[in-house]
Design a protein around this ligand. Structure first.
Ligand code: SF4
Ligand code: SF4
Length: 259
């Protein structure tokens, strides 16, 4: 049974029927449907750091320009900065939506790939309370009730969402950390660090190489070279640094002579 879109996020765990990878749902999506592209209007699509990395490359823009042009950053009322896609002011459409559909289809975000599936994770999973998927039903979407049944696993595979899930593992760990349960808000400076290391990777790279950062921490030469060119390595390094500086974990080592 699908979960009505009106269910509040905090009630998903208690109210949405839980689906496992081999459970099926009747769904079909494609250009032939009269609702094609409707789901790309007036919607809050939260971007993961990996989504931003893929999309800024697809748009051919440095991260700072991409974020300024296509995203909004929500800070008020959030534990940490949350980045969402900015819809057009005129028609409320996603700026990447064209006549043929998504203009960044190969690099579209995880949430777009998964729709109409959602994913939820209990804070402290137990053998009987595990991560699960659920189907979101919205009146605008006419793909429900199709003759063809699809399993959750098939849908995720057909949308190429596994790579996004895998690459977002570090971010999930970061954002589910018990640190956030203490309710202590980030300082402005910490929030800016979080935003830069997670989303604004080109600026984070300049921060590493144009300040004394690499003189303060022990980072081997091969990794330093990788950080110059490889966005994924940089993203992983950023998470490591945030765990060190926000949570006080020993995920980085200060040089002996660092002050
Ligand atoms: S990124 Fe693509 S799939 Fe996602 S809302 Fe925009 S146009 Fe639609
Ligand atoms: S509204 Fe539903 S069926 Fe229509 S294009 Fe979007 S996801 Fe596909």
């Amino acid at each position: 049974m699908p979960c009505e879109a009106a269910v509040l996020p905090e009630k998903i765990l208690s109210e949405c029927p839980r689906m496992g990878l081999d459970d099926t749902f009747p769904f079909h999506c494609g250009p032939g449907l009269d609702c094609f592209g409707r789901c790309c209007h007036d919607v809050s699509i939260v971007l993961t750091p990996y989504d931003v990395l893929r999309m800024k490359r697809a748009a051919g823009l440095p991260s700072t320009e991409f974020l300024e042009a296509y995203t909004l950053c929500l800070v008020a009322g959030q534990k940490f900065p949350v980045v969402i896609l900015k819809m057009n002011e005129s028609d409320k459409a996603c700026p990447f939506l064209g006549e043929q559909g998504c203009g960044v289809y190969a690099d579209r975000p995880w949430a777009c790939r998964m729709y109409p599936l959602g994913a939820a994770e209990p804070k402290n999973p137990t053998p009987t309370d595990q991560p699960f998927h659920f189907v979101i039903r919205e009146p605008l979407c006419h793909g429900h009730g199709a003759e063809k049944m699809v399993t959750v696993r098939e849908w995720i595979g057909s949308q190429g969402a596994e790579a996004h899930e895998m690459m977002s593992g570090g971010f999930k760990e970061l954002t589910l950390h018990e640190f956030w349960d203490k309710g202590k808000p980030l300082t402005e400076q910490q929030a800016a660090m979080f935003y830069m290391a997670c989303y604004d990777l080109d600026r984070f790279r300049r921060f590493l190489f144009e300040t004394r950062f690499l003189q303060l921490f022990e980072v081997d030469e091969a990794r330093v070279e990788a950080l110059r060119q490889d966005d994924l390595e940089l993203l992983e390094f950023g998470m490591q640094w945030l765990r060190f500086s926000l949570f006080g974990e020993r995920s980085m080592k200060l040089r002996k002579d660092a002050k």
